[in-house]
Design a protein around this ligand. Sequence first.
Ligand SMILES: Nc1ncnc2c1ncn2[C@@H]1O[C@H](COP(=O)(O)OP(=O)(O)O)[C@@H](O)[C@H]1O
Ligand SMILES: Cc1ncc(COP(=O)(O)O)c(N)n1
Length: 267
Amino acid sequence: MSAYNIVSIAGSDPSGGAGIQADLKAFSAHGTFGMSVIAALTAQSTRGVTGVHPVPADFVVRQMDTLFSDATVHAVKVGMLGTAEITEAVAEAIGRHGLPNVVVDPVMVAKSGDRLLEASATKALRTALLPRADLITPNLPEAADLLEEDEATDLEGMRAQARRLLELGPRRVLLKGGHLEGGESVDVLVSRDGEHREFSAPRVDTRNTHGTGCTLSSSIAALLPQRPDAASAVADAKAYLTEALRRADEIDAGGGQGPVHHFHAWW
Ligand SMILES: Nc1ncnc2c1ncn2[C@@H]1O[C@H](COP(=O)(O)OP(=O)(O)O)[C@@H](O)[C@H]1O
Ligand SMILES: Cc1ncc(COP(=O)(O)O)c(N)n1
């Protein structure tokens, strides 16, 4: 029996490297039982996104209400929601069900450059969902969009933006530095209690980075109930992701930006 049920509320990626599919793999790799509420379908491969088909908001809520009236959930990862209406509905249902360990990855634009959240939904993300999060995990473009500022260009800028993101209401912010250059990829964790930690890993030389953000946030969600504090969950999630990146070239899922290797410890 798995002691922990973890649920992903996110979009589907048929190519299996990002979204719900990546989340379920990461939950499983961390020894937890994965569940999922699908908020949107995408038509997507390693080369990009050719279509987005949001699920009606009331049916996203129906999935949540049906699941949470039966199963005990120990952590939640929220990923691609697609529209303002779905974002508001998911935020309301998370509050109503009192879900614990809510990790929000504010997915806005795919690595391929395709939009995954309608532009008008940023406000709903900012005002309805972020205040309900125990942790948010923006990348640099997402942080800039949420703050309506320019993107940070160095670590000092990231530290300042991470602190400003806390003012939007989440308990903790992990600002990811994957989009910067340099030998190390550094992420900055700050909390409302004044905690400040940085997590650094050697940058892996691979084009196969599809779904890194999804994999990191879902790994943190799976580890939060299993670790003494958030910083140790983040440290272990990042170590897992770095190894998944190192082994990414072993997977052949298409000719574009391929997925990371979620099961590097088993295969
Ligand atoms: N080439 C890389 N080598 C090592 N770590 C990376 C690399 N690219 C991204 N990361 C790490 O992957 C995670 C997700 O990164 P990032 O690219 O910033 O977010 P997103 O996938 O949401 O765009 C972060 O922990 C980041 O530091
Ligand atoms: C359904 C879905 N959710 C999220 C992402 C972002 O993943 P990434 O930016 O790491 O490619 C994606 N491409 N598809």
